[in-house]
Design a protein around this ligand. Sequence first.
Ligand SMILES: Nc1ncnc2c1ncn2[C@@H]1O[C@H](COP(=O)(O)OP(=O)(O)OP(=O)(O)O)[C@@H](O)[C@H]1O
Ligand SMILES: [Mg+2]
Length: 303
Amino acid sequence: MAEAGRIDPTQRAAATDDAPVQLTLAGPGAGKTTTLAVRFVHLVRQGVDPRRILAVTFTRKAAIEMQERIVRLLCLGGPKGLAIDTFHAFAFRHLRRQPRRFGLPEKLELWDVPQQRHVFHARRMWWNEEIDIIDLIGGMKERLIDAAGFARMVGDKPDELPAYYPAAVEFFNVYEAALRDAGAIDFADMVPLLTRAMAHDTAIRSAITGAFDHMLVDEYQDVNPGQLELIAHFVAAGVKLWAVGDDDQTLYAFRASDIRTILDFGRHHPGARIHTPRGQLPGRRCHRRCGEGADTPQPHPRR
Ligand SMILES: Nc1ncnc2c1ncn2[C@@H]1O[C@H](COP(=O)(O)OP(=O)(O)OP(=O)(O)O)[C@@H](O)[C@H]1O
Ligand SMILES: [Mg+2]
């Protein structure tokens, strides 16, 4: 475990703490994923079955990086049998296994961008060039706002929303009808479909949460409302949550993530432990919190 030996004492303290809910905050390149990998190994050394540790992140690239580090530290041949993945892949695995339980057709189709765009091309519905309508719809769905909810939102507060929102209502309705008619889902549907089923069906909820004792989340600053709800189901079921993120990086946020998610961690999880490792070893950039010793994340102005 040579690499794990390279973490400093503040990273090690975060990796080995056993509080039930924890968040580690550090800057870009400060060793967050390394600390998460060391946490994984620490749990295994404590006797936790590695298959009962769910490690999730937002992008495919970050998930692969996490897999590689953990596999290397545990001296395994590969990630087979380990639940180290993106939120989307985790959700899709469940949906695909038993689509009917989630109200989906047995032969589930997954739409990617070409099929998504075809909906509007085929109907000669033209949107403007500045905003990507597929992205707008996806962002709403990841925020757990469906077509009807979007229409309601636009109807309620048209003056407080971007001027193009009212026109997007019809696009959203048409898109969702086409998706349903094709018996398909898209990427933005995955986590919301899973969390909705977990909210309404105790058997689904306990089967999913009962498979794990620990949940580790990398890149926590990028989680969106659907993913937050998934995390909340695990925490409510007594699964220990250990998350790591960077409260500066939301400037470059994914479409439905929000700086408040990371700043509100303590409010969502009263009593949560917040770590701010302050190592200043060469090759690592020091986070703005260096020396502050802050215990609770504080909002700071955007540049
Ligand atoms: N305590 C340490 N001493 C020396 N090198 C370290 C230490 N912790 C991590 N590193 C190294 O620093 C580099 C960045 O680490 P890591 O990828 O874990 O950071 P990160 O915070 O996850 O980065 P990002 O913000 O890009 O997600 C890696 O090469 C890692 O091996
Ligand atoms: Mg990282």
